[in-house]
Design a protein around this ligand. Structure first.
Ligand code: BGC
Length: 429
């Protein structure tokens, strides 16, 4: 029989969400407009009222607490706070103050993301991340939030998944503005990396306490499809763009390949106290045509996949955490989870991924949280509501939160700060 997997004292267990996916009625951002245009969301849905979390946040937080969690990650919707350039909506600031108070009252430690995919329409209209004013504008927003709410925020997460922004919006063209223009993608990648510095420094300057601040990087574990030199080179390129460009960029304070040639960015070097890690899957690369000569190979038919089509590959999670060890900043798992209609698969996925977190901690990685994506089923961007990542289902019509078996399983793990040996035996061995 396998041993229980025990986690360090003070480990954070909870879930993560993002404003546009759960709040509802975020009408001032580029996603809302793009959804209304029609034809852009695979299952034909729109975010609409989403999970109505904007009104139900207090119940959601009580629920998390009752279900054993001690932390929660959410994002502040920039387009609510700054609906027009330079105009701050104080009512919305008050809303997020109540959100933070409610988290504290419920006994959940807040992790606050400042940018999670959505841009105010005015920012999008000026070119969004491709505009060279982006680092200044994002820094200003971050500083304002730190000044307004900083007394209640111990952990700030600046930008969610920097690599996804240029890739999805300007390479694959599956997020608005849905372009396919490598030059624009690289412009965006430069400005996003620079913003990680301006936002960090603005929070540091304006926050009343001494919060921990960092980016949320969704690493992929990039491996070659074969032993050929060409495939290995493709995997290295993927790794450079998706992982190293951001991680080395912050560590060294430079814009490296593919968006720059190593030029220094004042204020960027070491602009992280912590790093958030989102991990979902691995990427298998082969040489071939495609942007930058990258060709991603689909999982083999016998591989376990999610309803997103992503391969389940827990070993890559471990490898990503081990990689982060080299950067010497504490690691917070800010997202991990699976889109599936089979909740038994979710439990199995979770046990196997918890096992890798435990293994990484045993091997010396300073991992301090596991925040599951997501609390409840929600608006999964271009996929719509069809994809189910939640520990709780969101009932159609009533929007009631219905616990799944995985919510029960998660409660047991979180409350006891351990994964029972019998489940390790069942799902890992
Ligand atoms: C994003 C979430 C998204 C999740 C599942 C992450 O890339 O941060 O917003 O819902 O993955 O696709």
């Amino acid at each position: 029989m396998a041993d229980d997997l025990r986690f360090p004292d003070g480990f954070f267990w909870g879930t993560a969400t993002s404003s546009h996916q759960v709040e509802g009625n975020n009408k001032n951002n580029q996603w809302w407009a793009w959804e209304q245009a029609g034809g852009n969301i695979k299952d034909g849905t729109v975010s609409g009222v989403a999970c109505d979390h904007y009104n139900r946040f207090a119940e959601d937080f009580r629920m998390s607490r009752e279900w054993g969690h001690n932390a929660h990650r959410f994002s502040i919707e920039w387009s609510r706070i700054e609906p027009e350039e330079g105009h701050w909506d104080e009512k919305e600031v008050e809303h997020y103050r109540r959100v933070l108070e409610s988290l504290h009252e419920s006994g959940l430690v807040p992790f606050v993301t400042l940018h999670h995919f959505t841009n105010p329409v005015w920012f999008e209209e000026m070119g969004g991340w491709t505009n060279e004013r982006a680092p200044e504008l994002l820094g200003r927003f971050a500083g304002y939030m730190a000044e307004q709410l900083g007394d209640a925020v111990p952990y700030w997460l600046t930008i969610n998944e920097p690599p996804v922004l240029p890739a999805a919006s300007y390479i694959a063209g599956v997020h608005p503005p849905a372009k396919r223009d490598f030059g624009l993608a690289m412009q965006a990648a430069r400005h996003i990396l620079m913003s990680l510095g301006t936002m960090h420094n603005a929070i540091r300057e304006k926050a009343p306490h001494d919060p921990k601040i960092g980016p949320v990087i969704n690493m992929t574990y990039a491996v070659p499809a074969s032993d050929s030199e060409e495939d290995k080179a493709a995997a290295r390129l993927m790794d450079q763009y998706w992982n190293a460009y951001w991680l080395d960029g912050i560590r060294d304070g430079v814009i490296g390949a593919p968006a720059g040639d190593g030029e220094e960015v004042p204020g960027l070097k070491g602009a992280w106290d912590i790093v958030g890690l989102n991990f979902y899957s691995r990427s298998v690369l082969a040489a071939g045509r495609g942007v930058m000569g990258l060709r991603q190979v689909a999982p083999s038919p016998d591989a376990e996949t999610s309803t997103m089509g992503w391969e389940v590959y827990p070993e890559g999670f471990y490898q990503s955490m081990m990689r982060l060890k080299g950067y010497d900043v504490p690691v917070y798992i800010t997202e991990n989870g699976i889109g599936t209609d089979d909740d038994e698969q979710r439990i199995s996925y979770l046990v196997r991924h918890f096992n890798q977190v435990h293994r990484a901690i045993t091997d010396g990685v300073d991992v301090r949280s596991y925040l599951h994506w997501c609390q409840q089923d929600n608006f999964e961007w271009a996929e719509g509501f069809r994809q189910k990542f939640g520990l709780f289902a969101t009932e159609e019509g009533t929007l009631n939160r219905i616990p799944k078996g995985s919510a029960h399983f998660f409660k047991d793990v979180a409350e006891n700060n351990r994964v029972p040996g019998e489940l390790v035996e069942k799902y890992v061995r």
